[in-house]
Design a protein around this ligand. Structure first.
Ligand SMILES: O=C(CO)[C@@H](O)[C@H](O)COP(=O)(O)O
Ligand SMILES: [Fe+2]
Length: 232
């Protein structure tokens, strides 16, 4: 299962955005049966991103069918504080908002934690990584988007890796999640840069053998960690 990275475990969390959403619960179960560590659920409101997916009512239906699965909510919404209570009640475990959507990230983080969820903070490709620094110590995870948020199946943006490197160098023990275009051809550079939580959507959901793909992703990450440790 998950491998250690700089004191943090490495985890693979499929995004089900490009799954058959008419069979969402079954698709989520299929991903977990294939060896995933958690599920990354993309919530889009059509305002922050030009796409619309689902909200807390769907999460509320999923939770009893997947009682022990970690739900990593990627909240691509213009008003993240509006949905904190509903998502917590629905059974979300982690609530990741985008720093671009709030005038007071510290207040947003506080509200998420008061609701009993882990807090994640994310940035879009054009947002500089230094804006995250004041909040790193109060969140459970940082999300570095490696595509422009809104859709699955986009091309990985390798020029986001310096953001991951910066964070890992300055904050060796935080959870750093990468999200967007992460697959067999791109996960190595994510791991080498220092990410330890890997969202992979199309690469896993559309795979003929998701279990094999997830295991291959894990192997690439493990090799990258070993290589980086040997080079120290
Ligand atoms: O948040 C998003 C897109 O906005 C991601 O979670 C994607 O859904 C990941 O899918 P792939 O790029 O891996 O296909
Ligand atoms: Fe996402």
């Amino acid at each position: 299962m998950a491998a250690p990275m700089c004191g943090r475990t490495c985890k693979i969390g499929p995004s089900i955005l490009n799954a058959d959403l008419s069979m969402l619960a079954a698709e989520c179960q299929r991903m977990m049966d294939s060896g995933s560590d958690y599920l990354h659920l993309d919530v889009m409101d059509g305002q922050f991103v030009p796409n619309l997916t689902f909200g807390h009512p769907v999460v509320k239906c999923l939770r009893p069918k997947l009682p022990s699965v970690f739900f990593d909510m990627h909240m691509m919404v213009a008003a993240p504080e509006q949905w904190v209570g509903d998502m917590a009640d629905a059974g979300a475990d982690q609530y990741t908002f985008h720093i671009e959507t709030t005038d007071d990230p510290a207040r947003t983080i506080r509200k998420i934690k008061e609701a009993g969820m882990k807090a994640g903070i994310g940035i879009k490709p054009k947002t500089p990584v230094h804006l995250l620094v004041p909040f790193i110590d109060s969140v459970d995870m940082v999300l570095i988007m490696t595509v422009e948020p809104g859709f699955g199946g986009q091309k990985f943006m390798a020029d986001m890796m310096p953001k991951v490197q910066f964070l890992r160098e300055h904050f060796p023990d935080i959870n750093i999640e990468v999200d967007g275009g992460v697959g067999l051809a791109t996960i190595q550079e994510c791991a080498e840069a220092g990410a330890n939580m890997f969202v992979s959507g199309s690469a896993v959901v559309n795979s003929d053998n998701p279990r094999e793909t997830i295991q291959a992703l894990r192997n690439i990450v493990a090799e990258a960690i070993q290589k980086s440790q040997l080079e120290r």
